[in-house]
Design a protein around this ligand. Structure first.
Ligand code: MOS
Length: 739
């Protein structure tokens, strides 16, 4: 496909077309759906994290007011596991269907579910169910490195050269362990499921970042053909990865609807959000760096271990970026898993890269200090010419420019390296920085575009908008190709019955969806030109299709403004309501890569430190992002700003704490699990380099959902070191660390 170099809409700051629906409260989120005869489900959660259920007394709950049914292992009916799969299909983190056996493996595991007339009745009854359990000591130990793994030895993830020899021979070395705690996804929209069953077909209103996968998983787990399941997610109040794959509550809602023949709503409580819908796992990482006296890296070794649940293997993949970020002849990345009595971990914004870069970019800062070298210079010095892990070129990498532009915008040249040497208004300043990267990819996508007689267009794709602006960007792509204004384009997504579209994960939607929508728009345009040359009464009747073009919503002779006929007029003459086209784009996964697709960035952070009161604030962040062409700067900037705020949370506040005796997450609410809010938000300066990556797609777009969070936490802890001389390697930074 041709490169799209110029456009009236692509790259133009365009307000979200779904904005008015959201701010007026008319956008329908999953839990907003209501149907006649709707019942409410509330799960019964285990209050131990290791053991077996000896007996469950549901008789009392069954007699409580409004209770319609109490389901558990004996009466929930058939539920199945998903078969093994490869690629982006049939993905579910927790493979065991709820109630499959009597073993409790984590705190909050669902052991029964109550269905009642009102949510209050369901909750009251659920809380009255008494389970007698054989309780065993849970394992939620905090130390991961050095603990027995699920495999005999760690997995080798990437290797080149002789790292051990280079580390031994090195002039300058860093060897340190970095830890991140469990972080819990806390989108404001709770996970929810409204299940409707008509005796044959399930219609599931879900909080899903992947409606097509969700349909396929639910069909397997319910034991019905995929045509008998439809998953709808019109709007999402974000998800951060927690809503990528189905969780047990969705299956429970569907099973209850099946058993009762009535619609059932199940909204996961904030407390349950800490138990049963995933989290970023705790990770320990040992980083060893070796360099020449002049700062050239000679070896990089990263050994990470993350916790996973008792049954499933979730690999955080912390070494994803390490193999290609810097030039080094010797490299080794290993990973391992340790089982804990916790719910299943899952992808959380920038999985792997975000914790991985916290460790690597902290270690790079420590190396710069050991070398007495500027940290920006250290990174510039080790910039690779190609992806050394795969020996292939980068599609489009402008890391050096990220670093130099960021330095300039931040004023890095004014930095004095001595600890605590910079002051402003009586505060000690700390300046730190980090480099970052995130993978770019396309996944298989189909889309349809319809051009209508009323002058509007409709574009449909089975993807979803997590809040990042997918509705708007889809409209922009159609508008670019057809000339129909963005506000006349009806974007239809969030429905598994639409042509299969990409997951809202990996920051891949924009790169994946745009080529399919572009092709669909072009194909619809071609059909329109056919109508123009074939219809009686058309001024273009008898012309050849290649003599015509669709420009600015009009059909005309190529290059001739005069005699242009509006698209709507052509369709009226042809007496058809609409013409349509479909488009497909393929994926970049699977095949051996010829180029290395990634986004890059540089993060600069300023902290202010008041030793007298032990007050630490992140005051300023400058972020420069190389994420290909930015199709819509408004939501793109918004994504990066949101990620920076999340990075402040990661560095300073976020940590899910478990009670070692019960295995319960104890700060399971938004008062005790502290996320960064407006008052914690620094001044944020976002710059996009905006170099199109035409090898990834015709529009040159990569994606911005996750890259903004990568590197931020280390930029902040590096700044904390600069201000205080204290190296925090164990997130989050606690005031106690600094006293
Ligand atoms: Mo993102 S963690 O791939 O939703």
């Amino acid at each position: 496909m041709d490169q799209v170099t110029e456009s009236k809409v692509i790259g133009v700051a365009t307000p979200r077309i779904d904005g008015p629906l959201k701010v007026s409260g008319s956008a329908m989120y999953a839990s907003d759906h209501h149907f006649p005869g709707l019942l409410y489900a509330w799960p019964v959660c285990a209050t131990i994290s290791n053991g077996t259920i000896a007996h469950m007394d549901t008789a009392g709950a069954e007699k409580m007011p409004g209770v319609v049914a109490v389901y558990h292992r004996e009466n929930i009916g058939k539920l199945y596991r998903v078969p093994p799969s490869t690629g982006f299909t049939l993905i579910v983190d927790e493979k065991r269907p709820p109630f499959e056996d009597d073993t409790i493996r984590y705190y909050g595991q669902y052991v029964a579910v109550v269905v009642a007339q009102t949510v209050e009745q369901a909750r009251a009854a659920a809380e009255s169910v008494k389970a007698t359990c054989n309780k065993e000591k849970p394992d939620i130990g905090e130390k991961l490195l050095g603990t027995p793994l699920t495999t005999d030895k760690p997995d080798e993830k990437s290797k080149r050269g002789d790292t051990a020899a280079a580390l031994t021979a090195a002039k300058v070395k860093v060897d340190a362990v970095y830890k991140i705690p469990v972080e819990t996804h806390n989108p404001i929209e709770l996970h929810a499921s409204v299940a409707v069953f008509d005796g044959k077909k399930y219609t599931l209103y879900e909080t899903s970042q992947a409606v097509v996968n969700h349909r396929d998983v639910m069909a397997q787990m319910l034991g019905v053909p995929t045509e008998q399941v439809q998953v709808i997610t019109r709007f999402l109040g974000s998800g951060f990865g927690g809503k990528l794959w189905p969780w047990p509550h969705g299956l429970l809602a569907a099973a209850c609807a099946r058993n009762l023949g009535r619609p059932v709503k199940l909204v996961v409580s904030r407390q349950m959000m800490f138990q049963t819908v995933g989290h970023r796992p705790a990770v320990d990482q040992r980083i060893q760096l070796a360099a020449d006296a002049d700062g050239k890296l000679t070896a990089v070794q990263q050994d990470y271990v993350n916790h996973t649940s008792m049954l499933d293997d979730y690999d955080e993949g912390c070494g994803e970026i390490t193999p290609f970020l810097y030039s080094t002849p010797n490299l080794l990345v290993t990973g391992g898993l340790v089982r804990r009595n916790v719910g299943n971990p899952t992808a959380m914004r920038g999985p792997g890269a975000v914790p991985g870069l916290f460790a690597l970019e902290s270690a790079m800062d420590e190396l710069a200090i050991a070398l007495k070298m500027d940290p920006v210079q250290l990174r510039l010095k080790n910039e690779p010419a190609l992806d050394e892990s795969l020996n292939i070129p980068f599609s489009s990498r402008h890391m050096k420019e990220c670093l130099t532009v960021g330095s300039e915008k931040f004023g890095w040249a004014k930095r004095t390296p001595e600890i605590g040497s910079m002051k402003r208004d009586g505060l000690t300043l700390g300046w730190g920085m980090a480099a970052c990267s995130w993978l770019a990819a396309r996944i298989e996508t189909e889309a349809t575009v319809e051009l209508l007689q009323d002058g509007s267009a409709r574009v449909a794709c089975g993807t979803q908008d997590i809040g990042g602006g997918t509705y708007t960007v889809m409209a922009q792509v159609v508008s670019h190709e057809t000339g129909i204004p963005v506000n006349r384009i009806d974007v239809v997504l969030g429905d598994s019955s639409l042509p299969p579209g990409p997951i809202s994960g990996g920051s891949w939607v924009t790169a994946s969806m745009t080529p399919a929508v572009l092709a669909a728009s072009q194909n619809a345009g071609k059909t329109l030109l056919l109508a123009a040359i074939k219809s009686d009464g058309s001024p273009f009747k008898g012309k050849k299709q290649e003599e015509l073009e669709l420009v600015d919503g009009t059909v005309r002779l190529k290059g001739q403004q005069q005699g242009a006929v509006p698209m709507a007029e052509i369709l009226r003459i042809a007496k058809v309501n609409s013409v349509s086209g479909t488009g497909k784009s393929d994926g970049t996964f699977g095949a051996k890569p010829k180029v290395s697709f990634h986004s890059y960035g540089a993060q600069f952070a300023e902290v202010t430190w008041q030793p007298e009161t032990a007050r630490l604030r992140v005051s300023r962040v400058v972020t420069v992002i190389d994420a290909g062409r930015i199709l819509n700067p408004r939501p793109a900037r918004n994504q990066i700003e949101g990620a920076v705020v999340m990075g402040v949370g990661m560095a300073m506040f976020e940590e899910t704490m478990y009670d070692a005796r019960s295995g319960a997450p104890i700060n399971n609410n938004l008062a005790d699990y502290v996320v960064a809010v407006n008052a914690d938000t620094p001044e944020i300066d976002v710059t996009f380099l905006d170099y199109p990556d035409y090898q990834l797609n015709a529009l040159g777009a990569r994606g911005v959902g996750e890259i903004g969070l990568a590197g931020i936490a280390s930029a902040i802890t590096n700044a904390v070191y600069h201000a205080t001389g204290i190296r925090v390697r164990d997130l989050p930074v606690r005031i106690e660390d600094l006293l």
